[in-house]
Design a protein around this ligand. Sequence first.
Ligand code: FE2
Length: 393
Amino acid sequence: MAYYRQVGEVPQKRHTQFRDPDGRLYYEELMGEEGFSSDSSLLYHRGVPSAISSAEVWELPDQTRVPNHPLKPRHLRLHDLTTGTDAVTDRRLVLGNADVRISYVTTGGHESRTPLYRNAIGDECVYVESGSGTVETVFGVLAYRAGDYVVIPRATTHRWVPAEPSQLYAIEANSHIAPPKRYLSRYGQLLEHAPFCERDLHGPTGVHLEEGAEVEVLVKHRVGGQVVGTRYTYATHPFDVVGWDGCLYPYTFNIDDYMPITGKIHQPPPVHQVFEGHNFVICNFLPRKVDYHPLAVPVPYYHSNVDSDEVMFYVAGDYEARKGSGIGLGSISLHPGGHAHGPQPQAIEASLGAEYFEESAVMVDTFAPLDLGEGGLAVEDPEYAWTWARSLG
Ligand SMILES: [Fe+2]
């Protein structure tokens, strides 16, 4: 996150004495990325942020990955995936590689508040397919609703508090997640040609304090390249930050605030990009006016994204290019690198003359091949790979 924010109380000068009304010093923490050479924030704690009293193994849900071999395009029906109700511990792994993992969970209602949790591997970007609630963090509280990306920086202690059942599509990076560099000024401001701006990014507005002793926090981390978990117990409650400031904090961004870039002829896929991480990008295809050349073909051309696996998650509307493929709301399509893909043939003629598409889809393109997680394999439509050929017959 490029721009500065201050919430709660902070001392006038950083790294100076800052005391509570009873004269006790607060404990200052610098939370910084890339060896303190990138974005950071200063947080002021009532307790000691490193005071743990126990560490035990936290057994994660099944993280097994199966290679996409033989190489096939895949269709996964996420709405058929049954999960437990905890937004953190009941995520089922759908797809993943060494850079990013995609999981899915349908939470319960307000009774399904998660444990305290942080991901020490990388940033998380959780797309809210449906539902609403809050995410309580050491930086304060974020409200979430359908269509939000909830971006939570690496090592941010937080918990999900659904107000109602929520379908969550969790993109967990092994890196940081940020807006595309080409949309940023040399100092990090979103530029005029970007499809969104800082007003659309919603960070915490107040601090969130809780009292407690011997408080558990689940930490996701890596051991020898494997994703594992540890359950810490903290002497005092981690939600003890009375103030913070800086450029590193969680925020939400709603896809309704993304202004699609359209053109006289078909615009290339990068115009749909919203975020990027190391070795992957996140894009969204949203309701928009389509190409207005008199001979325009509104659906995409066939394309071979030779360096990427493309993962489309169909979240609303009617995705024109996939008509006739069996894909519907809640579906994922995986189009791996090395496989040219595009519309079902009949969708091309059907699209001519269209002026508006109602589709909404969230796309993750990875620069290394994706494996299938156990959740993805559980809801695969095995016939998808043959749908283009069958539609010719
Ligand atoms: Fe594609």
